[in-house]
Design a protein around this ligand. Structure first.
Ligand SMILES: NC(=O)c1ccc[n+]([C@@H]2O[C@H](COP(=O)([O-])OP(=O)(O)OC[C@H]3O[C@@H](n4cnc5c(N)ncnc54)[C@H](OP(=O)(O)O)[C@@H]3O)[C@@H](O)[C@H]2O)c1
Length: 213
């Protein structure tokens, strides 16, 4: 699969390497240009390109930037693509976003509204990049692996992203729609927890009313 990364820092760089190792064609990008990504290129063996090229190249686009920058993403370049949203909302870094603060929308719904022709899937945002690097284990059965949570409004897109998660040794856990993805935000009961599907199900059952793996 062709995967384009917009943002190649802690999470983007780590995920890019995992997908290269899994046999995918991967390109990486940032806002400052490919010449600033030589080290990440060496580490990941993914080619560094301009943001626009990464967007056009990928069937799947992995967006991993400070959320406050989401309006810099080009809706036309990303039209029709599956967009993985690993972004988290930190008001101190991203600026206060009234719709999210008031509960009117999740940050992923705002991204999906901006990228109205894309299929946005929230994933990879609840795991610390060092754990993403080290805790995937393809030798384990799905039930014993650490979960990575996914939310999205397009079932096919979620299925593609879930497949990618399995390929790098984790277990996808479907939380439902983008509207329900607020549970994936920092400091929630499932955020940054090294848990398997059963443990996730238990925590969610105790704290909400009904997501399923
Ligand atoms: N760190 C974690 O463990 C972790 C875990 C889960 C989720 N997250 C979330 O994932 C996102 C990325 O986090 P991170 O820790 O990987 O951040 P990071 O290390 O600071 O990397 C951010 C990347 O995005 C690029 N970037 C910034 N603005 C951009 C823009 N407008 N267009 C294209 N590229 C842009 C940066 O490069 P340039 O500045 O050169 O453009 C850099 O490559 C954040 O929303 C974060 O909250 C982080």
């Amino acid at each position: 699969m062709k995967i384009g990364f917009i943002g190649a820092g802690n999470i983007g760089g780590t995920a890019a390497k995992l997908f290269v190792d899994a046999g995918h064609e991967v390109v990486i990008s940032n806002s400052r240009g490919p010449e600033t990504l030589a080290d990440v290129e060496n580490e990941t063996r993914a080619k560094a390109v301009a943001v626009e090229e990464a967007a056009v190249f990928g069937d799947v686009i992995f967006v991993s930037i400070p959320l406050g920058k989401y309006k810099s993403l080009s809706p036309s370049d990303l039209d029709g693509k599956i967009v993985i949203d690993s972004n988290n909302y930190y008001p101190g870094r991203d600026g206060e976003i009234a719709e999210v603060d008031s509960g009117l929308a999740t940050s992923s719904e705002l991204l999906a509204k901006h990228l109205s022709g894309s299929k946005v899937v929230k994933a990879f945002n609840t795991i610390w990049f060092e754990h993403l690097r080290s805790e995937g284990d393809k030798s384990k059965p799905i039930g014993e692996r650490r979960v990575i949570f996914v939310s999205g409004d397009d079932a096919d897109a979620k299925s593609v992203v879930s497949g990618l998660i399995e390929e790098i040794g984790f277990a996808p856990y479907d939380l439902g729609t983008l509207g329900a993805s607020g549970i994936q935000q920092p400091d929630s009961v499932i955020y940054n927890k090294s848990i398997n599907i059963e443990e996730a199900r238990k925590i969610l059952a105790e704290n909400s009313d009904g997501a399923s793996a």
